[in-house]
Design a protein around this ligand. Structure first.
Ligand SMILES: Cc1cc2nc3c(=O)[nH]c(=O)nc-3n(C[C@H](O)[C@H](O)[C@H](O)COP(=O)(O)OP(=O)(O)OC[C@H]3O[C@@H](n4cnc5c(N)ncnc54)[C@H](O)[C@@H]3O)c2cc1C
Length: 456
């Protein structure tokens, strides 16, 4: 049994930035980080496109787990905004949330991101263009580290942390129990004790987090689920937007149902990829900063939010069922040409091969209308036509739609303005808290808690 001042569970952006700030502000504290996954250099997904073509459902997913957390190999878009990416501002105020996100950006820049670009919607002409076409462009500044530089930044942060903070990898924490003067953190029969515990287990730790909240009687609230598709088209079609803004977060209110559909995670010159969440294969996207690794396509998600509360509360369960259905029909992720979708027919390999958009992910041609609920699909189709007004060519027949894309959110853990649970000294940060769902918000929440602890 070891005794620590602070144990951090999870080495995603939330955990890393909490450790970084503790190291900086309170170097005398004995801090440990327990991580279920591998160190950065050992994180390797077995899919090689040759022998192993699709997800084999490893016990600990190398894409979602390990030093760097869920986003380590993907794109590293740090959005500085309170308009999306989480509701941290509801706990700590807008000004402080922005200040912390800017601080995180400075640390990233100091640790390898110095040559990357910060894009901004401030003063852009696209706001007006969007408004004129029933679309709303959300305000944000975004630093695109890119998959490659994101990796370098993580390597540098680890190098700085490793001598002052104890890291245990391949160390899945089983439970946390309150004890006199702090908390017992347990894995099997091994128990470590700490005065303060920061839980930062992200999306992959969602079920685990639910159990911990139940055991420690911490109230939770159900969250929403976002469902939709990933759109892939020639990069030229969106180049006027992506070269100025990099990522444009655009919202559209559908005429038919008045639902909100939004763009999410835009990857200029990027690739579409598989994502595995608890054994369910969904779709995602990323891109590299290095031009040599870029493709001729841009991809982004179109998502509709659903939040169930009464009597059915399990928004994530709903999303999971739809993703499972798509996995059942397509054996994984499915792809369809927009022209085939609106003509009510399944895409075939031949039609996709004849098309002008070369897919960057080998997905099974299929029919998304057999998977996505009509209301969601109608909203997505309406939005594609709306986007066509500001980026002509979006609604071309050859535009590819991959499905399904699902953004699961953890249930919201009851926290105070210090991101502390009703148990003094037990904090929940990052995506595991349900409060954040982005790199910058998760990282900022880590800095926030570390500063509270250092001040104490
Ligand atoms: C493919 C992909 C691309 C993304 N791209 C972007 C992007 O460009 N911009 C953006 O803002 N966001 C992006 N995101 C979202 C972003 O990665 C997350 O919001 C962010 O990683 C959340 O950080 P976190 O520290 O809260 O959790 P995570 O990054 O999920 O880290 C949690 C860590 O906790 C560990 N863990 C879980 N349970 C336990 C346990 N019981 N014991 C020990 N360890 C445990 C996990 O192994 C994991 O490493 C992306 C996500 C994915 C999947």
């Amino acid at each position: 049994m070891s005794q620590y001042d602070v144990i951090i569970v999870g080495a995603g952006p939330g955990g890393i930035f909490a450790a970084y700030e503790l190291m900086r502000l309170a170097p005398r504290l004995k801090v440990a980080v327990f991580e279920a996954g591998a160190p950065l250099a050992e994180r390797k997904c077995p899919i090689d496109g040759k022998k192993i073509k699709s997800c084999i459902k490893c016990k600990t997913c190398a894409i979602m787990s390990g030093f760097g957390g869920a986003g380590a190999f993907f794109d590293g878009k740090y959005n500085i905004t309170n308009d999306f990416g989480g509701t941290l501002y509801e706990y700590i105020g807008r000004e402080k949330a922005t200040e912390l996100m800017e601080y995180v950006d400075r640390i990233n820049v100091e640790n390898g991101g110095q040559d990357t670009k910060m894009y901004s919607t401030a003063g852009t002409r696209f706001k007006k263009l969007c408004m004129q076409n029933k679309l709303k462009l959300l305000d944000a500044s975004v630093r695109h580290l890119g998959t490659d530089i994101n990796y370098v930044v993580l390597e540098n942060l680890y190098r700085k942390l490793k001598d002052q903070v104890e890291f245990r990898f391949h160390y899945h924490v089983d439970g946390i129990k309150a004890c006199e003067g702090g908390y017992e953190v347990r894995r099997g029969d091994a128990v470590d004790v700490c005065r303060e515990c920061i839980v930062s287990v992200g999306r992959s730790g969602s079920k685990w987090m639910e159990n911990i909240c139940r055991e420690l009687s911490i109230p939770t609230r159900s969250n929403r689920v976002d469902l939709g598709v990933r759109v892939e088209l020639p990069a030229e079609i969106f180049s006027h937007l992506t070269s100025e803004l990099y990522e444009s977060k655009i919202v559209y209110r559908t005429e038919k149902f008045e639902d909100l559909v939004r763009t999410f995670c835009m990857n200029p010159y990027g690739s579409v990829v598989n994502e595995n969440t608890n054994g369910i294969v969904t779709v995602n996207g990323h891109s590299y900063e290095d031009p040599a690794k870029q493709t001729a396509n841009t991809n982004f998600a179109l998502l509709v939010s659903k939040h169930f509360s009464e009597p059915f509360k399990d928004s994530n369960g709903y999303g999971e069922s739809i993703a499972r259905l798509s996995n059942m029909l397509g054996g994984g992720v499915m792809v369809q040409r927009f022209g085939d979708l609106i003509r009510g027919r399944r895409s075939t390999r031949a039609r996709i091969d004849e098309g002008f958009v070369v897919p960057t992910l080998a997905a099974e041609p299929g029919d998304l209308s057999l998977v996505l609920p009509k209301r969601i699909l109608d909203g997505i189709i309406e939005m594609i036509y709306a986007l066509d007004t500001i980026a002509p060519g979006t609604a071309n027949d050859d535009t590819l739609l991959y499905g399904v894309e699902v953004k699961f959110y953890n249930m919201e853990v009851e926290l105070n303005s210090r991101l502390e649970t009703r148990h003094r000294g037990l904090y929940v940060i990052g995506d595991g808290s349900g409060v954040t769902h982005s790199l910058s918000h998760a990282s900022a929440s880590g800095v926030c808690v570390a500063r509270e602890i250092a001040e104490d």
